[in-house]
Design a binder for this molecule. Structure first.
Ligand code: SF4
Length: 420
């Protein structure tokens, strides 16, 4: 993992919801956006609460109409996390949202015609200490009036890149927008430059990161369904985060936004950028050896334990004896299935052999009991007390380690420089 690129820092929130720092040395924050109508207050608040419960640090709401900004005053009283108002076209919506007490504005100065109107929003934010995210997302910055001229003017800028003109426009637009903020001496800014193409996202943010020191909000926009959106987002955001770029993320796709939050957190956990909260679930993909309904079991275990376990307990749900013991050995609590039954282990010690329909409940009980023992200081996470002896299908062939020790297999040396 590369060192985090240094950036300025913005802070959003208040005494009631707490404050989220973005940029500087702050942990990478996870954001998402409500999918319902903001003016339907109860539904909107319920969605925000669900997202916050899933781990969202910040939630964005769209305010396309006056009735949406009117609803904000009540929403701001009930939200458990900082709220960002997403404004396009109507600068008055931004002013109304600021008046209602939102914690941040998301603005694309390019789709507000009048510079004075943009200045009015900047000044209102400055007066109240509210940061602004400036978005130069692909879909909203393309010069529609004279694309050919724009391409000719800027295309050579990134001539070697297949989307060079697009990157050039993004950067040129960003520079224009930031000049407006500079002119108002406003630097409480966060930048986003999203595209639906993961490779453009990677290149755009790398370029922006080398040019500006504002914190960056990462995302792939219009990424499709969960199936495509997840992969496009993780490829782009994972690559950028791994190289030290990015201060807040939103994984987005056409599905329940709670899944976006879960995916975002898992990405940060995988990269070691956030301390895991709740269980770390390991499960086998299943194969022809399976003798229980593992898909259903894993999903039920995931939901049940996610609700009830707070510590980062490593839980393995494995389909059979082939890889079950090996994974169970590394997990705090594990089950590996046999013929319509499950054998449950805690810290490597076999504690139960239960029929399939009792696996989920027993696993939960064992996890709760284990979590209590950890909290009481009687044991620790990741501490195996018993050696699991698996069946030995390898037998005389050995595990391979002895071949390395005997010099029959050449060891591979990994250069320090290639580890990044
Ligand atoms: S643990 Fe067993 S059932 Fe699961 S994938 Fe491996 S071999 Fe197949």
């Amino acid at each position: 993992m590369s060192q985090r690129r240094p950036t300025r820092m913005i802070t959003l929130g208040d005494d009631r919801v707490g404050r989220v720092r973005i940029g500087g040395d702050a942990p990478v924050a996870v954001q998402t956006m409500t999918s319902g109508k903001t003016h339907e207050i109860d539904t909107c608040v319920a969605e925000i609460v669900r997202m916050a419960d899933a781990g969202a640090d910040v939630v964005r709401v769209a305010v396309p109409e006056r009735k949406d900004t009117e609803a904000l005053a009540e929403i701001m009283k009930q939200t458990p996390v900082p709220i960002v108002a997403d404004v396009h076209f109507h600068y008055k919506r931004a002013l109304e949202a600021i008046e209602a007490g939102v914690h941040k504005i998301r603005l694309n100065p390019g789709n507000i015609n009048d510079r004075d109107q943009v200045n009015a929003v900047i000044d209102a934010c400055k007066e109240r200490g509210i940061p602004i995210r400036v978005g130069v997302n692909e879909g909203s910055i393309i010069e529609r009036k004279d694309k050919a001229q724009r391409k000719e003017e800027l295309g050579k800028f990134f001539a070697d890149h297949r989307s060079g003109h697009l990157l050039a426009i993004m950067i040129a637009k960003l520079e224009e927008y930031l000049d407006i903020f500079d002119a108002r001496d406003f630097h409480d800014v966060c930048i986003s430059a999203k595209s639906m193409d993961a490779s453009v996202v990677i290149d755009a943010y790398r370029e922006i990161s080398s040019r500006f020191d504002y914190p960056l909000h990462l995302g792939v926009t219009h990424a499709g369904t969960a199936e495509t959106g997840r992969i496009r987002s993780v490829v782009a955001l994972g690559s950028l985060l791994e190289s030290g770029i990015g201060n807040t993320i939103r994984i987005s796709y056409a599905s329940d936004p709670v899944h976006e939050v879960e995916d975002g957190l898992e990405l940060l956990y995988c990269l070691g950028l956030r301390e895991r909260k709740g269980i770390e679930l390991i499960a086998c993909p299943t194969c022809g050896r399976i003798q229980v309904d593992l898909f259903t079991l894993v999903e039920e275990v995931r939901k049940t334990l996610a609700d009830q376990i707070q510590l980062p307990i490593k839980v393995a749900v494995m389909g059979c004896v082939v890889n079950g013991p090996g994974e169970a050995e590394g997990a705090d609590v594990a089950v590996f299935a046999g013929d319509r039954k499950g054998i449950i282990y805690v810290q490597g010690e076999r504690v139960a052999n239960v029929p399939e329909d009792e696996i989920q409940q027993r696993l939960l009980e064992e996890c709760l009991a284990f979590e209590k023992r950890v909290r009481d200081g009687q044991t620790q996470l990741g501490q195996k007390v018993v050696e699991i002896i698996p069946p030995d299908p390898i037998g005389d062939l050995g595990s391979g380690v002895e071949k390395i020790q005997a010099g029959e297999v050449e060891q591979i040396t990994i250069e320090e420089s290639s580890k990044g």
